[in-house]
Design a protein around this ligand. Structure first.
Ligand SMILES: Nc1ncnc2c1ncn2[C@@H]1O[C@H](COP(=O)(O)OP(=O)(O)OP(=O)(O)O)[C@@H](O)[C@H]1O
Length: 584
């Protein structure tokens, strides 16, 4: 079950617990029952201490009855609160996952992975900790309330005195809570910095080995982040611990003051009232201590809730038209045919980074006919991938249209349109599970052999047997999807960049023509000018604009266009490889 909830922390909590209002009410009633039963037990103990033997059997029956009620009340409210807590956390996890799955790609790209993962793991776990603490808190609160009620019945005068002390304690706790939470907020911001540094030292491990200066700088940044978190956490905990100790001392101060008042102010007060008062006060210390003990957990949870609320707000607007839930029949577009896809006057702008200039693609007009092989070429950062993302409907044009078979792709048809493509991005994620039927068609098996990975990986139960392959081998494996998915349009973003010269040749000179013969429409981002003649058309992009769209022969004649170099080691515009060997 997923929920729609408000993005503010209070609204978030309310939205999450609303479906469980009935259970929560039942927990509260059971908790109150348990609390009052404990207060009743304490009263009985006090009566037993001061009563006569004649009270014996009645007292025993009441004692057993109250023990049973305490048991039922505590267990019931405890289990109920835990169940609600765990369900709420599960709902939160599912809702966040759904929002991420439905978020526009550019919104996800902007949020950044090093910020996203800690929210999904750490912050949600922190909230989950509260789910466990919540039941303890609920029982402790109700027992405290029951004890206070008994104190009020026992002696209104002394109860007034206790209320004064409780008010003082609550003020101290509130102050600690406010300052402590501020410390937790700062510590949590430090954790984002720490996460970024962890990514730097793991993903950049090789580079850091090779650059001592940078390694030392990152080690220092990492230590600074760790020390900062440590100091802020310690500062916050010192506040909480001090407030907690203050609360404990306050109890004994109230007990001492009660005894003094009885001695000097109310000498007529009977011994049973005073001993009952002291007994309950001393008993109350346990549950009150539990309540105070959960405050730091609550403080951390509040900070985590703000983060989760922020994440949920950023991804609150799902992409319209995404088919929700598990796959339904008819969405996959294997076997479908197209006539053409086109961008008409399309533009897309990235917002400018701090202190930098934004990038604008377009307006671009590009039409790809069914069965064509189109190469998109251009210098680094010229906008090739952005153009492809527009063509794949991953980015929505700020202006202009994406058109399939003469009809504009709209929000309602976008998800379906995307199912026409099999794409291998330069930062391709290889999923272990296979798309399609889960068995390799004969032709794909032949290419596994041809690409020399047949002996390294197999397919079992619809999944690849291993992903422990080199970068180039993983990319080759990704090619399998071209056959398995059977979709009409294939897009390769610098697929061949990780391949050795022989496989590059296989890709351009054998694979692409084979796929073309199968009727596939193919778009390839490429810097391999040696193989430009494998294309029907070369589209050149410069600074976000299409500056040429022509057959490879004409392209080679253009001044400034990439031309195959025949001299090994001679300067080439895109660092294309030296002449390549062919494999038998
Ligand atoms: N997520 C982003 N946020 C902001 N700007 C971006 C983002 N992604 C790309 N850009 C900018 O858009 C421009 C085009 O990027 P794009 O990835 O399309 O280039 P490219 O031609 O594919 O480059 P390369 O050959 O290096 O892969 C770049 O100059 C980059 O600064």
């Amino acid at each position: 079950m997923t929920a729609s909830f408000s993005s503010r922390p209070a609204g978030l909590v309310l939205g999450l617990v609303r479906p469980y209002a009935g259970v929560i009410l039942a927990c509260a009633v059971l908790g109150a029952l348990g609390g009052l039963s404990v207060a009743g037990l304490l009263a009985l103990v006090n009566r037993g201490l001061h009563g006569t033997a004649a009270d014996g059997s009645g007292l025993l029956a009441a004692f057993v009855g109250l023990c049973l009620l305490t048991l039922v009340g505590s267990i019931g409210s405890d289990i109920g609160a835990n169940v609600v807590g765990q369900r709420v956390v599960a709902t939160l996890r599912k809702t966040l996952a759904d929002r991420i799955l439905a978020a526009p790609i550019d919104a996800l790209e902007r949020y950044r992975l090093h910020r996203l993962i800690p929210v999904l793991t750490r912050d949600v776990d922190t909230i989950s900790d509260v789910a466990f603490a919540l039941s303890t808190l609920a029982v402790a609160l109700t027992v405290t309330a029951g004890c206070l009620a008994y104190l009020a019945v026992l002696s209104p005068a002394l109860f007034g005195f206790v209320v004064l002390a409780v008010t003082l304690g609550v003020c101290a706790q509130t102050y600690a809570q406010m300052r402590g939470v501020a410390g937790f907020v700062a510590a949590r911001a430090g954790e984002d910095r720490l996460q970024a540094q962890y990514r730097a030292i793991t993903e950049g491990a090789k580079e850091l080995r090779l650059h001592r200066g940078r390694r030392h700088r990152h080690a220092a940044l990492l230590r600074d982040a760790i020390d900062d978190i440590r100091d802020r956490q310690i500062h916050a905990i010192v506040l909480f611990v001090t407030a907690r100790a203050f609360g404990t001392v306050l109890f004994f101060a109230v007990v001492g003051a009660t005894l003094a008042l009885r001695h000097f102010v109310w000498p007529e007060m009977d011994a049973a009232t005073v001993s009952g008062f002291v007994l309950v006060l001393l008993y109350m210390r346990g549950p009150v201590d539990q309540v105070i003990g959960t405050l730091p957990v609550m403080g951390r949870a509040l900070v985590a809730l703000r983060r989760v609320a922020d994440l949920s707000e950023r991804f609150a607007t799902p992409e319209p038209g995404l088919v929700p839930g598990p796959a339904v029949g008819g969405v996959d577009s294997g076997g479908r045919t197209i006539r053409s896809i086109a961008l008409r006057g399309a533009t897309y702008a990235f917002p400018a980074a701090e202190g930098g200039k934004g990038f604008v693609l377009g307006p671009v007009d590009l039409r790809v006919e069914a069965g064509e092989t189109v190469f998109v070429v251009g210098e680094n950062g010229s906008g090739k991938t952005t153009l492809i993302k527009l063509l794949l409907a991953l980015y929505v044009p700020d202006s202009g249209d994406l058109v399939l078979d003469g009809t504009a792709v709209t929000a309602a048809t976008r998800d379906e349109y995307r199912q026409l493509f099999t794409t291998i991005f330069s930062d391709y994620h290889l999923f272990e599970d296979l798309a399609g039927p889960g068995t390799l068609p004969e032709q794909a098996a032949r290419y596994l052999e041809r690409l020399e990975i047949a002996g390294k990986v197999g397919v079992r139960d619809g999944a690849l047997t291993t992903l422990d392959l080199s970068t180039g081998q993983r990319k080759r494996l990704a090619l399998l999807n071209a056959w398995l998915e059977g979709r009409p349009v294939l897009v390769f973003d610098e697929w061949a960049a990780d391949q050795d010269p022989a496989f590059r040749r296989i890709f351009y000179a054998e694979l692409l023509p084979d796929l073309k013969r199968l009727g596939k429409t193919i778009v390839v981002i490429s810097h391999d000018d040696r193989y430009f003649d494998a294309a029907d058309r070369i589209v050149r992009i410069e600074a976000g604009r299409i500056v040429a769209d022509e057959p490879p022969g004409q392209h080679a004649e253009r001044p400034g266009a990439d031309r195959p170099s025949t001299v090994p080691g001679s300067p080439r515009r895109h660092g294309a490889p030296s002449p390549e060997p062919t494999r038998p």
